[in-house]
Write a protein that binds this ligand. Structure first.
Ligand SMILES: NC(=O)c1ccc[n+]([C@@H]2O[C@H](COP(=O)([O-])OP(=O)(O)OC[C@H]3O[C@@H](n4cnc5c(N)ncnc54)[C@H](O)[C@@H]3O)[C@@H](O)[C@H]2O)c1
Length: 324
């Protein structure tokens, strides 16, 4: 196996994955519609295109021995903005891939397919998607069921993945670190809810480990299940002067869950190596050294950015791809 196509590789997770695959001596090509970016500057083969442009994507699939599929509208709020677009991108395009590609597939799903549940969840636990995001990811998983595909249900990611790609500041560890720096205050709603967390670079390690294995089906990936309140205190260790304000939460958080990654550990000896403190430290360094000019820019939040750009995305879906 030589050629790896990373679909949606210009995003937050894509940056880390691209670098690690390159280090492992594969030929790498990124296919992406650059929804959040004005340019792609990583020195890697790049094809500008939309996953809904099947003709264009087909030509790239012919080249690829393996496809790492990251392209999606990501996050509950972002997916709600235009349900039709979300289904097209997150679900239909993956089902089309399943019908039109027979190489190795590495697909990113999410632990939010489990919904809010009390006990620790493994891959045999019932799913309970409580958002359109989770629902479309679960439907995409079903389409890949009989393919040579490994599916990672990721926890909430954190940290800095690489030097070139976008940072997301709409993910809980990253948000709390930025708030600690900008406001000196972290507001915690509820706080007893759990999230499974994982460093973005640890996703890349799982992907590279499995480009050529025969492992198929679903694997949870997380480093640690953390209570949001405990996470707030962990962030405070890095910013000792900040205040934590606790507010009782009047509604049930639909993303309260703990997951186990023991299947990944038992099957391919997977273990995360990047800690939450490391991720907080990376974000702290970025903000303290003022490497992000405008921390409140909508570019760093999927829902905020798409609120302003969804219509454009729908209208231009093929036009933009043709021009490239
Ligand atoms: N970041 C997390 O915490 C997290 C957690 C669980 C799962 N995931 C999954 O990991 C994957 C990557 O997430 P991310 O955090 O990098 O998100 P992201 O929004 O940073 O990246 C998504 C990338 O896909 C591209 N894209 C979106 N729609 C496209 C289209 N129609 N055609 C071509 N390209 C398109 C975007 O331009 C962007 O570069 C997603 O599938 C997501 O569901 C992420």
């Amino acid at each position: 196996m030589k050629n790896v196509l990373i679909v949606g590789g210009a995003g937050y997770v894509g940056g880390a994955i691209t670098d690690l695959i390159l280090e492992s001596n594969y030929n790498v090509r990124v296919y992406d519609a650059l929804i959040y970016e004005d340019s792609f500057r990583k020195p890697v083969d790049f094809v500008y295109g939309d996953v809904r442009d099947h003709e264009k994507l087909s030509r790239q699939l012919d080249w690829a021995d393996a496809v790492v599929w990251l392209a999606a509208i990501v996050g509950d709020g972002a997916c709600q903005l235009n349900p039709e677009l979300t289904r097209e991108v997150n679900q239909d395009s993956v089902c089309w891939l399943a019908d039109n590609y027979n190489g190795r597939i590495v697909f990113m799903s999410t632990c939010s397919v489990y919904g809010a549940q009390d006990k620790e969840l493994d891959e045999n636990s019932p799913t309970n998607p409580l958002s359109l995001y989770a629902e479309t990811k679960l439907e995409a998983e079903k389409c890949l069921k009989h393919k040579n595909a490994i599916i990672f249900r990721l926890g909430t990611l954190f940290g800095v993945g690489d030097l070139y790609s976008r940072i997301r500041l709409d993910l809980v560890v990253n948000i709390l670190t930025v708030k600690a720096y900008t406001e000196g205050v972290i507001k915690v709603f509820g706080g007893d809810q759990f999230r499974p967390l994982l460093h973005v670079k640890d996703v890349a390690r799982a992907v590279v480990m499995n480009l050529e294995t025969e492992h198929k089906g679903v694997y949870n990936l997380q480093r640690q299940n953390v209570r949001i309140m405990d996470l707030a205190y962990q962030v405070r260790n890095h910013f000792p002067d900040i205040e934590i304000i606790h507010t009782d939460m009047p509604f049930q958080d639909t993303r309260n869950y703990r997951v186990s990654s023991s299947k990944a550990r038992d099957t391919f000896s997977y273990d995360s190596i990047h800690s939450i403190d490391e991720g907080i430290g990376e974000l702290k360094y970025l903000v303290e050294t003022q490497r992000i000019k405008d921390l409140s820019s909508i570019r760093y939040s999927n829902v905020a950015y798409l609120k302003e750009h969804t219509e454009e995305l729908i209208e231009k879906k093929f036009k933009k791809a043709e021009v490239a």
